[in-house]
Design a protein around this ligand. Sequence first.
Ligand code: SF4
Ligand code: SF4
Ligand code: SF4
Length: 380
Amino acid sequence: MVTLAIRIATQTVIHACAIGNKFVKSISIIVKPLYSCNASCMHCSITNDMPVILPPSGVSESIKNIVTFAESYSGDTIDEINIILHGGEPMLLDVSYVNKMVNLLKNSLPLIRCNYSIQTNLLSYAPQWRTLFEKVFEWKASSSYDFYSSFRKTKNGSDYFTAWYDKVKRYQDDSGRRLYTICVLSRENVDYVEDIVREAYSCGLNIKLNMLYAAGKAKHMDKSLYITQDEYGNALIRAYRIWKTYNDNNFIFVQGNDFENIAIYGKQLGCPYTSSCVGNIFCLLPNGALYQCGECADAKQFCYGNAMENKFDITQIINANANNIDISEECLDCGICGGGCLLRRVTECSGKTPYCSTYRKLYKEVKTHDDSVCQTNKCV
Ligand code: SF4
Ligand code: SF4
Ligand code: SF4
């Protein structure tokens, strides 16, 4: 998938929180048991350079080893794991694979609560998956579709939207929910952002607007397809304005919702609005390699070893964390994202995320909107 959905399970930065009197430490693990896919999108971050499949026993053993590693690194006892099944396309694994994985984890980590979610293109969604989606994933699924874009491709050349939306409707009928959908913005569709929000609403989707970035196959795309931070920031503002015209609390524009949480409610959010993801998020690859996250795996940065072989390199995680300690005064004062994504700061050799100007713009828009609502309602 172009952009993963860590957020499905880790919407906020609750890596350690109190439930009643109990202090709960949780981590998130993006599990990529395979890289193969039944689609062939032009901008896929996966280049299919790993033909192996990690079996359920490999996933369970690896996660057990990750828990020991994370506990020894942090000194905390882990109570909860958010497991995000990812790929490639995870539904190419059958229902019995997932059931087996879940049962093995239940047996090998009896004291840890495992919450499951899935990032999928849904193209394989069929009645035999319904129970699993309901009981195991509790309908926490995310998918991707890029409106007004030519990037999404099926393998047999049929129309992607027709194939995908047919399955989306089945998912919606079964779950009674809107589907969390990631849409990538590029030069092809950035001018249609208002229409994208409208389409998302009418198709029963919640929408997240990501910016095309150079990873995997997208690295080889025409550079003119990439939009700038300025264009991206403006697109998010336009999307926010149109979203606010909908009087429906069930309809979520993800970045709008995130920035309301940050700007209006003062919440601290998780990836990518954090500089403290190290040790709280991991990504397991088909060959057992363990990375900081899916994006780091795509960029081959911050590899912590091989979880299946139980071989970890503590110096790598210490090194990753060292990059997170040195936050500028400006970011500490600003408070929007604490300097933002570790990977982006390291690859851009910058103390701040390259999304800084975009975040500031959207923050200002959301604040201004909120203040004007307050003025209108005479609540100031
Ligand atoms: S659906 Fe498209 S973007 Fe996602 S893994 Fe498959 S080919 Fe890649
Ligand atoms: S200055 Fe930029 S990078 Fe730093 S916290 Fe604010 S928005 Fe984030
Ligand atoms: S490195 Fe960036 S993308 Fe990866 S988990 Fe941290 S904030 Fe998210």
